[in-house]
Structures are given as C-alpha cells and as structure tokens.
Design a binder for this molecule. Structure first.
Ligand code: CA
Length: 300
C-alpha cells in the first residue's frame, strides 16, 4: 500500500491590512524594491515597501483598474476598464493610450502581465460574468493592440516559462490551467492544452497565478482559502492555507525573489463572513523555500 502523501503546507503572514475591495495583480518592481498591486473595484494602485511595511495608495484611477505593470523607463502601464492607459514617470494622473472596444461599459479589464519581450497582456470579463464575453489582448511596445483569444469568460492568471516558449493561462470558470506554445519573437500563441484540471470536490476556482524558478505554478483559489502549487504535469505539490476565503493572485518579490506575496478580496462578503475573516482584502506574504523569476517591465 502506498503511504499517504504529505504535502508541504504553508501559512502566510498578513503584511498590510489594506481592506481592499478586490486586491489583485501583485508585481514586484525591482527598480524600487517595492510591490505594486491594485484594488480593482476600489480603483487604487498600491505600493508596499518591505523594509518598513508601509503600504500606500500611489494612484486613484478613473475607472476599475484590472492590472498594472512598471514601464521600462519609469511609470506604469494600466489596464483600466476601457483600455490601456499610461502613467508617465513624473505624472500624478494616467493618460489614455489605446482604447479597446471590448464591450465597455459592461465589460472591463481584469488580470494582466508583461511577457519576456516586454509586451503587456491583459484579459477582460463582463461585469455580469456572462460566458464568452471576454477576450485576451496584447499591447505591444509600439502601441499596437492584438486580440489573442476570444470567447473567454473571466480572463485571469498569466505566466510564462523562462524560455518564453510556454504561456500558462486561466479562464476562471473552466477550473483549468491551460498551456499554449509561444513564438517568443512574434508573441503568437498556438497549441492550447490543459495542464491542471481542478477536481469537482476542490473548493474554490483558479484566479491569479505566478511561476517559480523550478517551473511550478502558484495558483490562488478564489473561494478556496488556499494557494496551490502545481507542477506542469498537473501534480499538486504544495498548499498555502489562507486565513481568508478569497485569495486572488500572487507574485514573488523581495531582494532574493523568495517572498511570495498574495492579494485578497473583501467585496461582497457578508457581515458574518467579514467577522470570520477580518484580514480579507489584506496583503499576505510567505517564504515557500523557492524563488520566483524577475518580472519584466513593459517596453513601451
Ligand atoms: Ca483575478
């Protein structure tokens, strides 16, 4: 008889009691040594400074902010509800860059990330979450916007392998992590297949995601009180037990990229639920013993 498999179980610390409505999109900014993250529905961009634990709102956005990423020469690229915007290095307000006719006002941008070529990818979802109303877009440094996928419902986690030849992607209601072959030069994606399928008895749905230096995928389980590490063959390899029901996304940070930061949400939780999980909407951190990979700034 096979012995029962004991998975590593980790418990994170709350590092910022930010009470975000929908905390999301953490990205480590090596230029400042800080973690940038967003509150999508709170329309705020945060910066967390590890040396003193200070978490500050650096920007209020004019619409829901799905995702942001640092730009190569400073400032931010933002996926706001109606398209891509830019914050210039010394500016205090963002400016419209490329509107995306994605169905706004009943569709908004959601999760996004920069690939190894400095291109910013971000997907959309309908506010009412109706099936197939979302897409996945790619903003190139020269300002061109390409629709890479359509028929998406809730576009979420994105992660690329080190060799840039594989993209992992989550459309939340599928309960899957899918993989694509990537052409690193052109950014084209082909050959979609499933690498992780959550079982029916697994609580929660896959949301945001990051990848570690060994190719493991860290997937936040919205409603699942956990972040899971999966190997690319689908094996569950580690579990982070969260004190909140709705972890949303995660990213490695810190000088050695050994800290895993995890965002969370409090929107729509009942009063009873908020009593049971007072840290909901906070920013968490854990050291899982594996490092992440450096984030790439947007090259535009
Ligand atoms: Ca998300």
């Amino acid at each position: 008889m096979r012995p029962p498999v004991t998975l590593p179980e980790l418990v994170p610390d709350l590092v910022a009691a930010a009470r975000a409505e929908l905390g999301e999109g953490p990205v480590w900014d090596p230029a400042t040594g800080q973690l940038v993250w967003v509150d999508i529905l709170g329309r705020r961009v945060h910066r967390f400074r590890p040396e003193d634990g200070l978490d500050v709102v650096i920007l209020d956005t004019p619409s829901d902010v799905g995702a942001v990423a640092p730009r190569r020469d400073g400032g931010l690229v933002l996926a706001l509800a109606d398209g891509f915007w830019l914050l210039d290095p010394d500016a205090t307000t963002p400016r419209p860059h490329r509107p995306v006719g994605a169905g706004w006002p009943d569709v908004r941008f959601n999760d996004g990330k920069v690939d190894g070529g400095g291109r910013f990818w971000a997907g959309t979802m309908a506010y009412d979450q109706r099936p197939g109303a979302g897409s996945l877009y790619r903003l190139d440094p020269d300002g061109q916007v390409e629709r890479m996928l359509d028929g998406v419902t809730i576009s979420n986690g994105l992660a690329w392998t080190d060799d840039r030849r594989t993209l992992y992607y989550i459309d939340t209601p599928t309960r899957r992590v899918d993989a694509f072959d990537c052409d690193a030069a052109s950014g084209a994606i082909t050959g979609r297949r499933t690498v992780v399928q959550l079982s029916d008895d697994q609580a929660g749905s896959p949301d945001g995601m990051t990848i570690d230096a060994e190719g493991g995928l860290w997937v936040a389980l919205w409603g699942g009180w956990a972040v899971h590490r999966y190997l690319p063959d689908g094996t569950l390899a580690a579990i982070i037990r969260m004190p909140v029901a709705r972890p949303t996304s995660c990213a490695f940070g810190g000088a050695d990229l050994g800290d895993l930061y995890i965002t969370s949400a409090r929107a729509d939780l009942t009063a009873d639920a908020l009593v049971a999980q007072p840290a909901a909407g906070g920013l968490f951190r854990v050291r899982p013993g594996l490092a992440g990979r450096p984030s790439v700034p947007f090259a535009g």
